[in-house]
Design a protein around this ligand. Structure first.
Ligand code: BES
Ligand code: ZN
Length: 647
């Protein structure tokens, strides 16, 4: 079954119903790609038969019940001969489904798969064809909704109010939104969300003005309703929500930050380079097309460093170091406003198109804002990351290809490959093609495919059409197919500057040779990147005496930079260093960022008899405070049974 005139349908433009105070915008329906390489194996949707184009949410945040409840109204477009539309769900509790006029529609809920969740198949009856139809789903999120993390007041900085946030990427949003949850099925959306006063709700859409105070209902706290709209079509993993006791600080004409009152000042201070980064990115890749660029600093349970939710980047509080040394994270999430959010991989197999391209853009933005030295260092770390991954995975390992092969689960990627090898591919192209021409090409890539899904094949086709043309010598020197489909590292890979860490590498060598440590002042004069390089290059095995001396001279356990603290704790735990255990325990109880939590449990567990009981004891305490993603990564390391049996 196919749309008879698919192109004609997808060109259809529907006028949007935006708030009166917003400039009216037209909602453009983004086409779904039909190529084999664009197919997403993690959705039940069959978008060529019937697809969602717009989602309107009307939900209450129920903190006592730890669930969202309300309706989702979906705009649906279908082929003439379609009979049903298939949506993704993961544990949603469906109350009923009607058409736009309130007439019941028949639906079935299929069997659940541990990864994908379950399909909801809705009978469309007479409502088929290119004209938009509406279906209204009454529902609530289930008790284990993986996208949502409900925090008790104790898990927040202020300690007085509850908090909730969502994390949609990769396939978690189907646990709170019944839609077609696939990156190639772009949708516009709007939402009306109620929350108990005084909590503030933010979303990855433009706010429609001040919240509306709702009438007091007997026995219930007063509630407020917040409205949001996103008129640019986006992949549904980018719909995001957070609510808590939040304050706002303006950073510049189009940027600002939300955080709990206790953190707003430090957050605003740390983020003061934001406008400069937006300007730099625009100078390189064309205008920022999303209106505002706001951020929210979440409680430390947030499982990632950052998440590029449009107009509202979500951030871990652990990036705050007091000296802006971790703000490469902001450059990264901002860069996704072009790579990932504007042009998005159609399937999870092309992870590099989002994350590798973003890592390259991050370096370019950082170079503009922070100068060349820092970027030279970032690139050296990136190269070292690729080499380390190739060594541990093996050069022939199919996991080292950028385009994930069909037989592998693309959600279980190696970030050194997707991020670092991906970025290295772009650095290599830049060095061969020349910066100016390559920048033109990238700007053109974002323009040509703005608000549309993309694949590796489309990227290659564009390169051949706009850059290589018929230059066979250039084609040969780029080694494009080796980069995308091949394993290992193509021989034309751009090399990092060997001088990037000259001072640090000398110190590492001196330490390895005769135990000479950097002087306290030298260490303090190093950038956070340099300190990280030193700690990463330390010998794997260190004695108690060595660890004690390093800590004493370099003040490692006192550092205000969580990246540095993490590397210290990791080195200490893998070497069974008892004095570090209390601090590790405190850190693991406070921070849920998987990048830190998973390796620390791995380090403990890896020691065997020493660390296993410590890991077990700490995890039993801290697991309840971790996001489902972090739990899913640590459970197998420490032998925790997630099926309810525990251990
Ligand atoms: N989009 C990612 C986070 C992500 C990736 C969530 C895959 C779920 C599945 C985000 O942009 C990211 O890369 N975050 C990094 C930032 C770092 C590379 C600067 C992180 O959280 O560590
Ligand atoms: Zn990213």
């Amino acid at each position: 079954m196919r749309f008879p005139a698919f192109a004609a349908i997808t060109a259809l433009i529907v006028s949007g119903c935006t708030a009166e105070d917003l400039p009216s915008q037209e909602r453009v329906i983004a086409p779904v790609l039909t190529s084999e390489q664009a197919m997403d194996e993690f959705t039940y949707a069959r978008p060529l038969e019937a697809r969602v184009t717009h989602v309107a949410l009307d939900l209450d945040l129920d903190f006592e019940g730890a669930r969202v409840e309300g309706t989702a109204t979906l705009d649906v477009q279908s082929a003439e001969d379609a009979t049903e539309i298939v949506l993704d769900s993961d544990g949603l509790i469906i109350g009923g489904i009607t058409d736009g006029n309130g007439n019941d529609l028949d639906y079935t809920i299929g069997e659940s798969d541990p990864d994908k969740g379950e399909p909801i198949t809705v009978q469309l009856g007479e409502m088929t064809g290119p004209e938009l139809q509406q279906i209204v789903i009454s529902y609530a999120s289930g008790p284990e909704a993986e996208a949502l993390q409900w925090l008790s007041p104790e898990q927040t900085a202020g300690g007085e109010h509850p908090f909730v946030f969502s994390q949609g990427q990769a396939i978690l949003n189907r646990s709170w939104i019944p839609t077609q949850d696939s990156p190639g099925i772009r949708q516009t959306w709007e939402a009306r969300i109620t929350a108990p006063d005084p909590l503030t709700v933010v979303m990855s859409g433009i706010s429609r003005g001040d919240p509306e105070m709702l009438d007091e209902v007997e026995g219930e706290s007063t509630r407020r309703a917040f409205e949001f709209v996103m008129d640019n079509s986006i992949p549904p993993y980018l719909i995001a929500i957070a609510a808590g006791n939040l304050e706002f600080a303006e950073l510049g004409p189009r940027s600002g930050v939300w955080a709990e009152p206790a953190q707003i000042e430090a957050a605003a201070e740390e983020l003061s380079d934001t406008e400069a980064m937006i300007d730099a990115a625009e100078g390189l890749y064309g205008s920022y097309r999303w209106g505002r660029y706001d951020m929210i600093v979440l409680p430390p349970a947030f499982p990632y460093g950052g998440m590029e939710n449009p107009v509202m980047t979500f951030l871990t509080p652990t990036f705050i170091a007091g000296d802006r040394s971790n703000t490469g994270l902001i450059a990264h999430e901002l860069a996704h406003s072009w790579s990932g959010n504007l042009v998005t991989y159609a399937s999870w197999r092309d992870g590099w198109l989002n994350e590798g391209v973003t890592s390259y853009l991050t370096a370019r933005i950082s170079e503009e804002v922070f100068g060349e030295t820092r970027v030279m260092q970032e690139r050296a770390l990136e190269y070292a990351g690729v080499m380390e991954a190739l060594e541990s995975l093996g050069e022939d390992n199919p996991r080292t290809a950028l385009r994930t092969p069909d037989e592998l689960n693309p959600l279980e990627y190696s970030s050194a490959i997707v991020y670092d090898k991906g970025a290295l591919f772009l650095h290599t192209m830049e060095s061969i093609i020349g910066r100016e021409q390559f920048d033109d090409f990238m700007r053109g890539w974002f323009d040509r495919h703005a608000f549309q899904p993309a694949t590796s094949e489309m990227f290659l086709a564009d390169l051949r059409e706009y850059v290589i043309q018929d230059d066979s010598e250039l084609e040969e020197s780029l080694m494009l197919d080796e980069w995308i489909y091949g394993t290992g590292l193509p021989e034309n890979a751009a090399q990092p500057d060997p001088e990037a860490f000259a001072a640090v590498d000398g110190a590492v060598e001196a330490y390895g040779t005769d135990g000479t440590m950097p002087a306290t002042d030298t260490w303090a004069g190093w950038s956070a990147f340099e300190q990280r390089r030193f700690l990463e290059e330390l010998p794997d095995e260190l004695s108690d005496e060595q660890l004690a001396a390093l800590n004493e001279t370099l003040g490692l356990s006192e550092t205000g930079n969580n990246e540095v603290l993490f590397l210290w704790l990791e080195a200490a735990l893998r070497n069974e260093y008892d004095p570090a255990v209390p601090q590790a325990e405190e850190f693991l109880g406070r921070v849920g960022r998987n990048k830190f939590v998973e390796p620390l449990f791995e380090a403990l567990w890896g020691t065997g008899a020493w660390g296993e009981p410590i890991a077990t004891r700490i995890y039993d305490e801290t697991r309840g405070g971790y996001h489902s993603y972090t739990r899913s990564q640590v459970d197998p390391i420490v032998g925790y049974m997630a099926d309810g049996t525990g251990r």
